[in-house]
Write a protein that binds this ligand. Structure first.
Ligand code: ZN
Length: 154
């Protein structure tokens, strides 16, 4: 990774870790799921409010874990809000491919701002033991959308 990208990664993780966005219980959510990453001890609940048209009206999370898991959850809620379920699923697949280096990320249809944020967050691939921390909130969001109540990185 370029040095400036690494600096940006650390800056963003620290900032979101210190001031997580949408870190609250969501009243009248339509879906929720719990996610656990036993390898690190991260645990969180993701709440979604999806309208009849399938648009994510609101997304929040509550939980405890390392700075990366919290920062990733914070960024996930920001990225997913206002998107259709289908678009959110597409972003998740792209982020998963970026962060794990598994497969070619499909970035078609994603806006520039999201791609930039995903790329910064995907800087985690430089730290393989942390990849599960960074993808936990996304797996949990995906589980909630599919109606699963719980998911684990194991
Ligand atoms: Zn962690």
């Amino acid at each position: 990774m370029f040095e400036e990208m690494r600096d940006l990664y650390q800056e963003v993780i620290l900032e979101h870790g210190k001031h997580p966005r949408n870190c609250r219980h969501l009243e009248r959510c339509t879906q929720e799921a719990m996610g656990k990453n036993p390898a690190c001890g991260d645990a969180l609940v993701v709440y979604l409010k999806i309208d009849p048209e399938g648009i994510v009206q609101d997304c929040s999370f509550l939980g405890q874990g390392c700075a990366i898991s919290m920062a990733s959850a914070s960024m996930m809620t920001e990225i997913v809000r206002g998107k259709s379920q289908e678009a959110a699923a597409r972003v998740f697949r792209a982020f998963h491919a970026l962060a794990t280096g598994d497969g070619e990320p499909d970035l078609t249809g994603l806006n520039e701002d999201d791609v930039e944020r995903l790329q910064v967050l995907a800087g985690v691939r430089e730290y393989p033991v942390r990849v599960k921390c960074a993808t936990l909130a996304w797996h949990t969001m995906s589980a909630a959308m599919q109606g699963d109540e719980a998911t684990s990185t194991e």
